[in-house]
Design a binder for this molecule. Structure first.
Ligand code: PLP
Length: 435
């Protein structure tokens, strides 16, 4: 593998774009030094970079590409729609078609509003909850890494620069699978918490009764339950993790895989709450998700085609099956190489990630970098192990082979020191206070 052209482009990216990428999680500080490829094109589960390298890619589009790159039924639908125009002065009929398709898909929801980014959907949900309850505070799950680019969340993150203290003070944190920590927030701020925001699941599965406990607590305390289904939606189940776990949120937010990489996100939920964003009520109105590009027609055409494909084909089953094959293969290879305790394969099969621990068993960025260095050299581009529908069994097996070779190096580095094997500086967390 040769990264010369990517490395030559790097300074130009940083000169013109703060951070060198339009999304921090895509930044080259997330990759081994000198091995951060700039992508030219993708097809299915593969991508090609400016140097002509081909990779099997995981976590495509930060998990937005659930079916595969340039997936024919989706791009054909978008292409057809492009011929009719992208955006008009009045709503296009496709806005209603897409709403119907979505609400058929997610039966817990009675109304839906589309927008372009997941952040807008989740922030819109919080605004509705605040208006509905007349309360200002929000309780977010401390173990879930991201809900929105907006101040209510970023102010409570590891990178709160530029966000007023008054805003930061309104966001409180509880721990996943720890109902008592949420009860304590309600006790400390009686009648002040408008909403509880969490994902149904990340790497840790919900403890029996936890999600229902959160539901019941919200009901007792008069707060709304907002379920962020940005990642779990169209992955855990066609109707989201809420369907898999039988949990009824008041509002839920979707994005990412909803339109297979096209920019469409959704805020959906209870009619009486969602309707505050309309004009058919006597209460104070809420300015809910009203953006120039919210109804962009080809994005909605892509969303409809994506949802149709999920309805007609075994997408969810395939994601789980491929993930299982990958997890089994990697765990076996890790055991064989003697690194199973150091490279845990975590999460549900449809959304796997790998850990990287040092010889003392502590999470280690240098070891993560070493592992990525090794798999990149073997044609696997992966900051996670999140599969899409286009990953074939052969892709999975090739990935396992690449990791197996990487594990042998990892084992040696555990024994004789990671510095001897690492080329360049370690990767860094995407959200951090200082460079
Ligand atoms: C769980 C979750 N919620 C919300 C968001 C924000 O979505 P977007 O980046 O589309 O604004 C993300 C993005 O990574 C996410 O992972």
């Amino acid at each position: 593998m040769n990264f010369d052209r990517s490395n030559a482009l790097r300074s130009r990216f940083h000169q013109l774009i703060p951070g060198g990428a339009h999304t921090y999680a895509k930044g080259d500080d997330q990759y081994p030094e000198g091995m951060a490829p700039y992508i030219v094109r993708g097809a299915g589960s593969h991508v090609w970079d400016v140097d002509g390298n081909e990779f099997i890619e995981y976590g495509s589009g930060l998990r937005a590409v659930g079916l595969g790159h340039a997936f024919a039924p989706v791009i054909e639908a978008a292409r057809r729609q492009l011929e009719f125009g992208a955006n008009f002065v009045r709503p296009a009929t496709i806005e209603l078609d897409c709403a119907e398709a979505f609400l058929e898909c997610v039966p817990s929801a009675e109304m839906v509003k589309f927008c372009k980014d997941g952040s807008d959907a989740t922030s819109g949900a919080l605004k509705l909850a605040r208006a509905h309850t007349g309360r200002d505070h929000v309780a977010i799950c401390a173990n879930h890494p991201f809900f929105s680019v907006d101040d209510w969340f970023i102010g409570a993150s590891g990178m709160p620069g530029g966000i007023p203290q008054a805003t930061r003070d309104l966001t409180l944190k509880f721990n996943y699978n720890d109902l008592a920590s949420l009860e304590a927030l309600f006790a400390a701020q009686p009648h002040k918490i408008a909403a509880v925001v969490l994902e149904a699941e990340k790497e840790t599965a919900p403890a029996p009764g936890f999600l229902q406990g959160v539901r019941d607590l919200c009901d007792r305390q008069g707060a709304l339950l907002i379920l962020d289904e940005m990642i779990t939606g169209f992955r855990w189940h066609r109707a989201g993790a809420q369907a898999l776990y039988g949990i009824r949120p008041d509002l839920s937010t979707f994005g990412k895989a909803l339109a297979n990489g096209f920019s469409v996100s959704a805020l959906a939920g209870r009619r009486d709450v969602m309707a505050l964003g309309g004009a058919e009520h006597d209460r104070e109105r809420v300015f809910l998700l009203s953006t120039t590009h919210g109804g962009e027609t080809h994005g909605l055409a892509a969303a409809i085609a994506t949802m149709q494909f999920y309805r007609n084909e075994p997408v969810i089953e395939t994601l789980w099956a491929r993930g299982r094959r990958l997890a089994d293969g990697l765990r076996q290879a890790a055991s064989a190489a003697g690194v199973a305790d150091f490279v845990p394969i975590l999460g549900q099969p449809c959304c796997l990630v790998f850990g990287s621990r040092d010889a003392q068993g502590q999470p280690s960025q240098p070891f993560r970098t070493l592992l990525m260095q090794q798999i990149l050299q073997r044609g696997v581009l992966a900051t996670s192990l999140v599969v899409n529908y286009s990953h074939s069994e052969a892709d999975i097996d090739r990935t396992v082979d690449a990791f197996a070779a990487a594990f042998a190096v990892y084992r040696r580095a555990l024994d004789d020191g990671v510095e001897r094997h690492l080329v360049g500086r370690p990767v860094k967390p995407a959200i951090r206070r200082f460079a």
